[in-house]
Design a binder for this molecule. Structure first.
Ligand code: ATP
Ligand code: HMH
Length: 274
């Protein structure tokens, strides 16, 4: 069985972060492991409090995992502050980790900050270059590219700018995926690698329950990379997973509710694993 590690923050309400990642990995019928970077007190209405884990303790968790069970892919989500980013970067290099999916989480859907502002540059310079794919949403792409994309053409332009900043010197397969969940007319995602652009067209599902879509997409990409799919196909499969998980309209809590991983897992078993 392939193994997938998530390095992320905990969402006690189960919709985003570590909890969304482990549900996604389990629905893909893979073995999930987790290194927790921060505890959050949050629910469908927003984030009430954040407690970052000591960077040394994040390192201790990474040593415990990598000295025993080597993951086939790693998803990195909320990293909270620069000390944690530097610890993760050091350990990823020490253990020569491949298949890293980096979701550059900066804020929760409702707007609360999940990354120290001054840590953005460290994230870009020290951790992003170690990833196979980075998956900014529109707001994160705006911070990284220097302008806010509003169309698929502009998303492509932003992805190319980010690619040049982060991966300019890389020879192996790597890519930037700008996610369109916050566009108004569609939910198209745009992937750029060294040579090509792929547009994943999707109509916007009329559903306020989008808590954890980004976490779910990035961990689903990691599952597909662990299974041996290439970047382009991994994103295609992962986007289908998120779409299925949104479509059933699970409606928990009074705000932006979580996804239904049972519905999405059903698609996986029927279409890919048989
Ligand atoms: N209303 C929607 N209809 C269809 N797909 C959507 C919708 N909202 C988000 N998605 C898809 O979900 C995935 C995550 O995109 P999004 O831009 O919401 O990420 P995010 O902002 O990082 O997520 P999060 O809310 O977890 O922080 C993308 O593949 C996006 O296209
Ligand atoms: C822990 C955590 N990670 C990521 C997000 C972004 O959705 C969130 N709300 N909470």
């Amino acid at each position: 069985m392939k193994k997938v590690l998530t390095i992320a923050g905990s969402d006690c309400s189960g919709g985003a972060g570590i909890q969304a990642d482990l549900k996604t990995i389990t629905a893909h019928r893979l073995y999930g492991m987790s290194v927790i970077t921060a505890l959050t007190a949050q629910n469908t209405t927003g984030v009430q409090a954040v407690q970052a884990i000591d960077a040394d303790f994040v390192g201790a968790q990474l040593d415990a995992v990598f000295s025993d069970i080597i993951p086939d892919a790693v998803k990195i989500g909320m990293v909270a502050n620069k000390e944690i980013i530097q610890m993760i970067a050091r350990k990823m290099q020490q253990y020569k980790v491949r298949n890293i999916v980096l979701d550059p989480v900066m804020a929760a859907t409702a707007g609360s900050k999940l990354l120290q502002k001054e840590a953005t540059v460290i994230l870009q310079n020290e951790l992003m270059p170690l990833a196979s794919i980075i998956t900014p949403n529109i707001g994160e792409a705006a911070v990284l590219a220097g302008f806010t994309p509003t169309t698929t053409d502009e998303m492509e332009k932003a992805a190319k700018i980010i690619y040049e900043k982060v991966f300019a010197k890389r020879q192996d397969d790597c890519a930037v995926l700008v996610k369109g969940g916050h566009l108004t007319d569609s939910a198209d995602d745009v992937l750029c690698d060294k040579n090509l652009t792929y547009i994943y067209n999707s109509r916007k599902i009329d559903n306020k329950n989008t808590h954890g879509t980004g976490c779910t997409l990035s961990s689903a990409i990691a599952c597909n990379l662990a299974e041996g799919f290439n970047l382009q196909q991994s994103v295609k499969n992962a986007k289908k997973y998120v779409t299925m998980a949104m479509q059933t309209n699970l409606d928990l809590g009074s705000g932006a509710g979580p996804l239904n991983h049972m519905a999405a897992g059903g698609w996986l078993t029927s279409d890919i694993w048989q």
